[in-house]
Design a protein around this ligand. Structure first.
Ligand code: UDP
Length: 325
């Protein structure tokens, strides 16, 4: 679900590379058809429309097995500031969409789900900002709250209907596939790395550092950045884990290292000059979020292999290619 968007398309590429047969359902609201791997089957549909889900499951019926072994969910709205002004829209898409997806899975006997959740469920974590999976979830924006509601729904449904889940809480995802066929290309980008590189490429006049009075070493927010390809590979491991182990899993996906906005800009400056200024804090932003990634490492054998420099250089290369710069 949502395999034509930024993260979904990268996961589909890795699933196809690992030899899996993939069907993508997407309403193309933010994704695009040409982000879907040529070897995956595409079916247009909206996760908020039960009939659309049913149609896809019916079309993919198999004689002796449910239509799918595993459903992977990427069909979410995910922009924190947008969620602050559109909470109803966020709950509709991120919770109601999941409810309908789960209902359809139950109807068609599909028992495994990999779900994209987010570090935003942690809110402002107590302590030093390091999030372990049993850190109490306490979201401070509608985006995080809607994802936590969906997580809880998945847990209850899995108990009631004998379903296994793999919930991944993503930290800050960036970068593009090495092929440069896919990447993050939207009109209204808000995430730090693409915004900074757009400013560097002259695609926007400048960028603003949103607050430098946080209780962090240099006053700017600290986040854990993870390359989209590492993240995508974790989904292959997560799906295979469900099929092999028949047990559920909740795991953070992050590098385990925090970088401040200032540090990210310094890394970007190694590749391109980024004109920037300083502005007010953005509502809903916690000071520091860094992952403990022990669960993903130990249970799945997952290991991030690409670093912040790789995220910046691949996003920059993708942006240059897509904008013919
Ligand atoms: N940020 C910034 N300027 C921007 C966009 C983001 O200073 O134009 C900061 C933002 O305040 C946050 C960090 O960069 O501290 C990461 O924000 P992003 O939107 O990339 O991801 P989020 O952590 O909100 O999911």
């Amino acid at each position: 679900m949502g395999g034509a968007g930024y993260i979904g398309s990268h996961a589909v590429y890795e699933m196809v590379r690992a030899g899996h047969e993939v069907v993508v359902m997407d309403n193309l609201s933010t994704g695009s058809r040409d982000m879907v791997h040529p070897d995956a089957r595409f079916r247009a549909g909206d996760i908020r429309v039960h009939g659309d889900l049913r149609q896809v499951f019916i079309a993919e019926q198999r004689p002796d097995a449910p239509p799918f072994d595993v459903v992977l969910h990427f069909a979410a709205k995910l922009v924190v500031p947008e969620s602050m002004t559109q909470p109803l829209e966020y709950y509709h898409n991120n919770v109601e969409g999941v409810r309908l997806m789960l209902a359809t899975m139950v109807d068609y006997n599909v028992r495994n789900v990999v779900f994209s959740s987010t570090a935003a469920v942690y809110g402002n974590p107590v302590g030093d900002g390091t999030c372990i999976e049993d850190t109490p979830a306490n979201p401070i924006n509608p985006y995080g709250a809607s994802k936590l509601a969906a997580e809880n729904l998945i847990r209850w449904v899995s108990e009631a209907h004998d379903m296994n889940y793999c919930i991944f809480r993503y930290f800050n995802v960036a970068g593009a596939d090495a092929s440069l066929e896919i990447g993050l290309l939207k009109d209204h980008l808000t995430h730090l790395i693409p915004v900074a590189l757009q400013a560097g490429l002259g695609l926007r006049a400048s960028m603003m550092v949103l607050g430098n009075d946080y209780p962090t070493p240099d006053g700017t927010c600290v986040r854990d950045y993870i390359h989209v390809t590492d993240l995508a590979k974790a989904h292959v491991l997560g799906a295979e884990y469900l099929l092999e182990s028949q047990t559920s899993l909740l795991a953070n996906l992050g590098s385990g290292t925090g970088f401040s906005v200032t540090q990210v800009l310094a890394e970007a400056e190694k590749h391109i000059h980024v004109p920037h200024s300083y502005g007010e804090r953005r509502p809903g932003d916690p000071a520091k979020l860094v992952a403990s990634n022990e669960v993903a490492r130990t249970v799945l054998g997952w290991e991030p292999t690409l670093d912040l420099g790789d995220m910046i250089s691949s996003d920059l290369a993708f942006r240059r290619k897509s904008n013919a710069l």
